[in-house]
Design a protein around this ligand. Structure first.
Ligand code: ADP
Ligand code: MG
Length: 325
């Protein structure tokens, strides 16, 4: 079983940033309002994620690290309209099979917390441990038992910047959640989430004042599709290819067709070959999009891709054209 998990880890866990992603998504699924991420050595030595979410009962800790044991969907019908970030039940067993791992938690309303260590996939035993409401996951020495994978890890700084970049992507989508990142004992980033801060403020926090001042606000809905967010005007001075954020139903995704629609609208209206910077949120009925294309869920497949492409193109085209009228 450890071997099966290690093989699955090959798909889910590429590097420290993918571990952080899976663990933070679990925290969000558990309703966390504050998430602390502590790293050592770019996450290779240590990744510790603590949340104030719903927590896990002591007798359910072993289940949480068992393969395909997800608490999030009960049937294939649920998979049609999956609303949580996780649903495959693969992340924890995969991560625990390639690290020195510990899951510690206390459920709301329960007096005692408990902890379960897992060493390279071998389950220890559950023991009582005090913990505030919520969950802490500790991942030490990633790939210590899979030297072939460890070899592919990059310099500490590189791994850290992957994590920072992913966190920025998340921060844009979840202004309601407070996110703190520390590295080698030093506070490195803090996105304040107090009182459901408006997304506009989070945009400034994340991408800076200039981005927020040079962008055009997008907000349009039609035929069950909605697109909102920001797209930079040509006056924006920064190279923008690295500031392209697209979310489908709140999930950060890469999608060539939509990226093309954005670029094309920009080029057609502004006669500008440059890559536009943008933060765009597309919302649609979850049944119109398949998120189960890849284990890491970076990609989605639309039922009616052409229609969505045209909707994005048309929305941005019209909004940009108005600024020139
Ligand atoms: P998935 O997220 O696909 O369900 P995971 O392997 O990521 O699978 O997590 C397994 C299960 O462990 C989840 O379904 C959830 O019940 C529980 N779990 C994991 N992390 C947390 C957390 N931070 N808070 C509460 N429950 C969690
Ligand atoms: Mg998960």
């Amino acid at each position: 079983d450890t071997l099966v998990n290690q093989i699955a880890a090959g798909e889910v866990v590429e590097r420290p940033a993918s571990v952080v992603k899976e663990l933070v998504e679990n925290a969000l699924d558990a309703g966390a309002t504050r998430i602390d991420i502590d790293l050592e050595e770019g996450g290779v030595r240590l990744i510790r994620i603590r949340d104030d979410g719903s927590g896990i009962a002591p007798d359910e800790l072993p289940l949480a690290v068992a393969r395909h044991a997800t608490s999030k969907i009960a049937s294939l019908d649920d998979l049609e309209a999956v609303a949580t970030l996780g649903f495959r039940g693969e992340a924890l067993p995969s991560i625990a099979s390639v690290s020195r791992f510990a899951l510690t938690s206390r459920r709301a309303g329960e007096e005692h917390g408990a902890s379960l260590p897992v060493d390279g996939g071998k389950l220890g035993s559950v023991s009582p441990k005090s913990h505030p409401q919520g969950t802490t996951v500790e991942v030490r020495d990633l790939f210590y038992n899979v030297p072939a994978r460890r070899k592919f890890l990059r310099a500490e700084r590189t791994e850290f910047s992957h994590i920072e970049e992913w966190l920025r992507t998340l921060a844009l989508a979840r202004p309601d959640v407070e996110l703190r990142l520390s590295h080698n004992g030093k506070a490195s980033r803090r996105y304040r989430g107090d009182g459901g801060m408006a997304t506009a403020e989070r945009i400034v926090e994340t991408l800076g004042e200039e981005f927020s001042k040079s962008t055009l606000r997008i907000d349009h809905a039609a035929a069950g599709l909605s697109l909102h967010g920001w797209i930079a005007q040509p006056t924006y001075s920064r190279a923008s290819a690295d500031q392209q954020y697209l979310y489908v139903n709140g999930r950060p995704v890469r999608d060539r067709s939509i990226a093309h629609a954005v670029k094309q609208a920009y080029a057609d209206v502004l006669f500008h070959g440059r890559q536009p910077a943008y933060v765009l949120f597309l919302e649609l009925d979850p049944r119109r999009v398949d998120v189960n294309v890849h284990p890491a869920k970076h990609e989605v497949r639309f039922r009616d891709a052409r229609l969505i492409h045209d909707f994005v193109y048309r929305t941005l085209h019209d909004a940009l054209a108005q600024t020139r009228a």
